[in-house]
Design a protein around this ligand. Structure first.
Ligand SMILES: [Zn+2]
Length: 178
């Protein structure tokens, strides 16, 4: 019979135990099979990785490091668990100057430096989150307004108007004949 040997695998995205026959499989460049519940979760996991890398790079640039140590990564991932990637990135960028200013201080060790920067992020991130929410609300409102105005001047309404106009013309023409 041969074929694929059925076995349990763990989804790399959500950690669920699935069987290798139904799972979405992606082979990495080391020919290692990575399993996901479905393609959607695979794409989510790629996006998540890209977002994480972008945050690490942003922090690296600010700190002047070549790479982030696990302690820094853990801290940034903690923020990413709670906040949207866009919100965290915007918070770091908007507070670039105060972070840089803080870095000029002499910290006893790396841990205090991290705590200091975490505090700057924590103190500002809720406001940025709210700003993003306000933009979303405004966008939805504008979209709804466009939708509503389409209702008034939509195709159906225009058709009716043309119909009415032609009826009037017809009437006028006819009365001209009479
Ligand atoms: Zn999954």
């Amino acid at each position: 019979m041969g074929g694929v040997i059925l076995r349990n695998v763990k989804c790399k995205y959500c950690g669920k135990i699935i069987t290798n026959d139904t799972a979405f499989c992606f082979k990495d460049n080391k020919e290692k099979s990575n399993y996901y519940c479905d393609e959607k979760e695979y794409i989510h996991s790629i996006n998540q990785k890209n977002n994480r890398d972008e945050i690490y790079n942003t922090m690296n640039e600010l700190l002047g490091y070549e790479f982030l140590t696990p302690m820094w990564k853990k801290s940034m991932n903690g923020f990413l668990d709670m906040y949207d990637f866009k919100v965290l990135k915007e918070t770091i960028l908007q507070n670039r100057d105060s972070i840089k200013y803080g870095l000029e201080k002499n910290f006893d060790n790396e841990f205090f430096k991290l705590r200091y920067i975490e505090a700057i992020i924590k103190n500002n991130i809720e406001k940025i989150k709210k700003d993003f929410k306000d933009i979303d609300i405004r966008k939805t409102k504008i979209e709804n307004e466009i939708f509503a105005s389409n209702d008034i001047y939509g195709t159906e309404a225009v058709c009716d108007l043309t119909k009415k106009k032609s009826n009037i013309l017809e009437f006028l023409n006819r009365s001209d004949l009479d």
